[in-house]
Design a protein around this ligand. Structure first.
Ligand code: SAM
Length: 230
C-alpha cells in the first residue's frame, strides 16, 4: 500500500498513460500503478546508486520487469523523446524539481501531464510552469505523519489562466487553487509559517543591524504582507 502522499500523486496520473517517475527511489509509485493496471508501462528514473538498486530490486520482487524499466541517470535524461505521456516527480524540494524540468525541457515535447509533489518551495515549481507554457490545472494539499505536502498538476495550456484573479506573486507563493479553496491543512501550514517569520523578524529586529539583516527583514516583511493579503 502506498503512503497517502504517493497515493494522491498516483490518483492524478491519467488512466492508461505511459509514465516516467523521476527520482523514484524504491519505485513504489510505478509498481503500484502498473500492478493495479492504471498504467500499461512505466520508467523509473534514479540518479543515485543506492535508490537505483532499491528500485531494481522492488521491480524484480514484484515481477514487473517486463512493464517497468528502471534506469539510472540525471532527471529526464533517462527518457526518450515521445516515450511517455505523464511525468511524476515527488518527494523533493521545489527548486530541485524545477531544475530537473529545466534541464530536461527538450524531453517534455509530447508529454501531456506533469504531476509534481514538492516537499518545500512549491513557488519555484509554479514559477517554472508559468515560464514554460504549462498551465496548473489542480492543486492538492495533505498532511501525513505531521508533514504537509502539496501536489501540483499541470498540462500544456495558458499558464496565466489560474492566476487571473488577484496578485500574481501571492498566487505563486500560496498556489492559486489552494488560495481559493483554503483547505484546513493549508491554513495550518501558513499560520505556522507566519508565526515562524514573525519570530525570525523579531530576532532580526533585536540583532546588530547591517545590510544583511536589513535585506532579510525587508524580505520577511514582504512575505508577511502577502500572507496578510492572502
Ligand atoms: N519519489 C519518491 C517519493 O516521493 O517517495 C522518492 C523521493 S526521494 C526523497 C528523492 C529521490 O530523488 C532520491 O532517491 C534521489 O536520489 C532522487 N533524485 C534527486 N535528484 C535527482 C535527479 N536529478 N534525477 C533523478 N533522481 C534524483
Amino acid at each position: 500500500k502506498l503512503s497517502d502522499r504517493l497515493e494522491a500523486v498516483a490518483n492524478n496520473i491519467p488512466k492508461g498513460a505511459s509514465l516516467a517517475d523521476i527520482g523514484s527511489d524504491h519505485a513504489y509509485l510505478p509498481c503500484n500503478v502498473v500492478k493495479k493496471g492504471a498504467v500499461p508501462m512505466a520508467v523509473a528514473g534514479e540518479v543515485a546508486e543506492g535508490p537505483f538498486q532499491s528500485a531494481l530490486e522492488q521491480v524484480q520482487e514484484e515481477n514487473l520487469t517486463d512493464k517497468i524499466s528502471v534506469r539510472k541517470g540525471d532527471g529526464l535524461e533517462v527518457i526518450q523523446l515521445g516515450e511517455v505521456d505523464c511525468i511524476t516527480i515527488a518527494g523533493m524540494g521545489g527548486t530541485l524539481i524545477s531544475t530537473i524540468l529545466e534541464k530536461g525541457k527538450s524531453k517534455l515535447e509530447g508529454v501531456s501531464r506533469l504531476v509534481l509533489q514538492p516537499n518545500v518551495g512549491s513557488f519555484a515549481v509554479r514559477r517554472w510552469l508559468i515560464d514554460n507554457g504549462w498551465e496548473l490545472i489542480k492543486e492538492e494539499i495533505l498532511e501525513e505523519d505531521r508533514k504537509i505536502y502539496e501536489i501540483l498538476v499541470a498540462e500544456k495550456g495558458d499558464p496565466m489562466n489560474p492566476y487571473q484573479h488577484g496578485n500574481l506573486e501571492i498566487g505563486i507563493l500560496f498556489g492559486p487553487f489552494l488560495l481559493k479553496e483554503k483547505p484546513v491543512v493549508f491554513k495550518e501550514k501558513w499560520n505556522a509559517e507566519v508565526r515562524n517569520w514573525e519570530r525570525i523578524l523579531k530576532q532580526l529586529d533585536e540583532a546588530v543591524q547591517n545590510d544583511d539583516t536589513a535585506s532579510k527583514r525587508q524580505e520577511l516583511k514582504i512575505k508577511l504582507k502577502m500572507a496578510e493579503e492572502a
